[in-house]
Design a protein around this ligand. Structure first.
Ligand code: IPE
Ligand code: IPE
Ligand code: MG
Length: 249
């Protein structure tokens, strides 16, 4: 490794280590527009986006951020042309196979959240394999939201709790925020402190609706395939300028 790379891996000196978000969530948007602007098919944007996510994961790890969650495929994305959906499913599977060894070496703990049971079965196998293999890793918690929808997640938690009430295991008034959170896919990770959305759209698109209650929102016009360390540095600088009041004064 040369000196340049070593230098780049340090936290930029203008950022305060103690004020970093513990958990960063990203809506990786703008792959299609990035490709279109270059006269390329949309799928080229998705392919490029994989490297960007890989770099961001490494950057979070280098800079001491404990958790990263990325929105890879929403429950609404099934509405896209079949060939794009197929390409994405194949891409997820291929990347997972390719990157697993490196994630092990880098101590990454990967998990997938969403309605995984309706994904292609070969993708499901790789998902379970990667989650099982990395489950004891103590490094960064990397969560990939795949066939994920915030409303769907909340509904499945409601159904699970309703069943427990029906079976007499809990009383309705025992359902509080903590118990509810433990029935979400993200039970093992704290709520995101910072949400980054690329490509300029000012919406949540059904991402982590419950968990995002007090996240700081950072929206950049940069398309996802162009999002790099410098862009992430800017997002963290902006985050560190925010005054998080949580309703107090
Ligand atoms: C985000 O980029 C990737 C996925 C939703 C899978 P898009 O594919 O939404 O790109 P745009 O928004 O059409 O440019
Ligand atoms: C959100 O992006 C989903 C992912 C990034 C996986 P979309 O491109 O699907 O969102 P909308 O359609 O602009 O709301
Ligand atoms: Mg989009």
């Amino acid at each position: 490794m040369n000196n340049m790379q070593t230098l780049l891996q340090e936290l930029p000196s203008d950022l305060d280590q103690d004020l970093l978000p513990r958990h960063v969530a990203v809506i990786m948007d703008g792959n299609g527009r990035w490709a279109k602007r270059r006269g390329l098919p949309r799928i080229m944007g998705h392919r490029q986006g994989v490297d960007v996510l890989k770099n961001l994961l490494r950057c979070c790890r280098d800079w001491g951020i404990k958790a990263l969650t990325a929105y890879a495929f929403s429950t609404e994305n099934w509405g896209r042309p079949l060939e794009e959906v197929d390409f994405l499913m194949t891409l997820f599977e291929r990347v997972l196979v390719r990157e697993l060894q490196e994630m092990m070496e880098e101590n990454v703990r990967i998990q997938f959240v969403g309605n995984l049971s309706s994904l292609p079965s070969s993708l499901q196998s790789q998902i379970y394999r990667s989650m099982t293999l990395t489950k004891d890793n103590q490094g960064i918690q990397f969560t990939v939201a795949t066939n994920y929808g915030g409303r769907q997640e909340i509904l499945q938690a409601c159904r699970a709790l309703a069943t427990q009430v029906q079976q007499g295991q809990i009383q309705p008034d025992q359902i509080d925020e903590a118990l509810f959170s433990r029935h979400l896919y993200t039970a093992n990770v704290c709520d995101p402190d910072l949400l980054i959305r690329t490509s300029g759209e000012m919406r949540l698109s059904n991402f982590l609706l419950w968990q995002m209650a007090y996240a700081e929102l950072y929206i950049t016009d940069v398309y996802w395939p162009d999002f790099n360390r410098q862009q992430f540095h800017k997002a963290l600088s902006a985050y560190q300028q925010r005054e998080r009041r949580f309703g107090k004064i």
